[in-house]
Structures are given as C-alpha cells and as structure tokens.
Design a protein around this ligand. Structure first.
Ligand SMILES: C[S@@+](CC[C@H](N)C(=O)[O-])C[C@H]1O[C@@H](n2cnc3c(N)ncnc32)[C@H](O)[C@@H]1O
Length: 241
C-alpha cells in the first residue's frame, strides 16, 4: 500500500537535512510522483530505451534505484531477454524495500552501495534517474568516467535529473512554476514545499544542462542528447560510440 507523503505537512521547529531513511522510504512512491513532473513517463521511456539498446551478455545498471521502479519497468519490458539487472542504492532502507518489491524478478540483483565506489561489469545500459543531483559535485566527473569505461561500444547511459536553467536569470521563474506545479498537481501546501526545499538545500545540488552535457562530453560521450524535459527536470541519452 502506498503511503501518502505528509513528512513536511506540519510546522517543524527545526528542519533537518533530507535523508533517504525509513520515513522517506515508506512514502517515497507517493513523494516522487508528486515531486518530479513526468516521473512515470520517464520511467516507462527508460525501459523502452533499455529494450532498444540492450546487448545480450552485458549487464544493466539502475543506479540510485530507490524502490526499484525503473528496474521493474525494465525487467517487465524485457522479460523475454531476462537481462541481468543490478539495482544499486546507498540507502539500506531503500534497498530493503526494493528487494521486497522485486522479489518476483530473480534477474534483478539489489545491492546497498555507494555508486561512486562501485566496480562495474561490462554493461550496455546504465541508468541514473534522479541520482546525480545527490552525488557530491567533485565526484560527478569520476562517476561519469567510470560509467563510460563500463559501457560496451553502442552502450547507453540514461540520465534524468533536476536541473537549473541554462540561463541563470531564468532559474527563479522556473523554480516558481515548479512549486506551483507541486501545489496544483502534487497537492502539497506552500508550507510543505518550503520546508522540503529547506531540508534538501544542503544535499541536493542540481546543475544546468550545459554543465551536465560538459561533464558527459569530458567523460567521453561525444553526442549526449536531450530526449525529455518538463520544467526543471531533464532526461538525457548518451551513447558510447
Ligand atoms: C531521487 S532518488 C532516485 C529515484 C529512482 N531512481 C527512481 O527512478 O525511482 C535518489 C536515490 O539515490 C540514492 N543515492 C544518493 N546518493 C547515492 C550514492 N552515492 N550511491 C548510491 N545511491 C545513492 C538515494 O538513496 C535515493 O534512493
């Protein structure tokens, strides 16, 4: 049963830094749908990309898998290929629940680990959906380089993430519209939106698309392409040529 996210609904005396702990895990499925415009579409399309570019004999990685929704979508879309999928997350609360959710998919291996420390097997699909914003900025280049090295030729990295506007002066306008979206369609109150924003401030560091593309190009991805954007959330496909 999906629990409704009310974590920031009441007035908090002190807003603590956001953590992917047991409290967040319990409501995460509801929280992410009310917080990321296009989440369900992106999850479904990620599975379509994975189906299109998977190469037999290689692995699929779902990095920052949370409850395993992306891994499940990929496993379901590709059931006749039975791909080996590694679903990785650093939060033990998330991976415990993810393991439970994906118990019916023996080809999905759930691991609790920091993706920055991961030793990759040769892969044709690596997914980072809404993860990079939580990776320390100084570790992002190394992670993308490791991902590039792990991909076989023709392999695909899919990154969806919260972004800042490319033109800095536009950012406050997009943030305002994003908060309005959370209010109107996410049914979050202005207090919830404000307190969650404060909680995320120290741990969530979005970058612009320009900066993301530069990191991908520096890692070796010659032709990263935007395939979806809704407000300040963007999805990029980067092939290893
Ligand atoms: C916004 S959620 C990702 C949502 C998920 N990919 C989906 O599409 O449902 C971010 C996840 O990244 C995980 N995370 C953050 N830093 C990480 C790291 N260094 N290594 C592994 N997982 C990390 C968090 O625990 C959290 O579950």
């Amino acid at each position: 049963m999906t629990q409704i996210d009310t974590i920031f609904a009441g007035k908090l005396d002190h807003v603590e830094d956001f953590k992917f702990d047991a409290k967040v895990t319990a409501v995460f499925s509801n929280m992410i749908r009310r917080s990321v415009p296009g989440y369900e579409l992106v999850t479904a399309m990620t599975a379509v990309f994975a189906t299109g570019f998977f190469q037999p004999g290689t692995a699929v990685y779902d990095l920052g898998c949370s409850l395993g929704e992306t891994s499940r979508a990929i496993a379901e879309a590709m059931s006749e290929h039975n791909p080996l999928i590694y679903a990785v997350d650093s939060s033990p609360d998330m991976t415990a629940k993810c393991r439970e959710n994906l118990a019916g998919f023996p080809n999905v291996h759930v691991a609790t680990a920091d993706v920055c420390q991961l030793k990759f097997e040769p892969a044709s699909i690596i997914v980072c959906n809404y993860l990079i914003q939580f990776i320390p900025e100084m570790e992002r280049d190394n992670l993308f380089k490791k991902i590039f090295d792990a991909l076989v030729p023709g392999g695909l990295l899919l990154v969806s993430d919260k972004i800042n506007a490319d033109k800095q002066e536009n950012n406050p306008k997009f943030v305002r519209i994003y908060h309005l979206w959370k209010q109107i369609y996410g049914n979050y109150s202005p207090l919830e939106i404000k307190q969650k924003r404060e909680a995320l401030e120290a741990v969530q560091k979005p970058e612009s698309k320009l900066s993301l593309f530069k990191r991908l190009e520096n890692a070796g991805f010659a032709t990263p392409e935007l395939w979806f954007q809704s407000l300040n959330f963007a999805s990029v496909a980067a092939f290893k040529l």
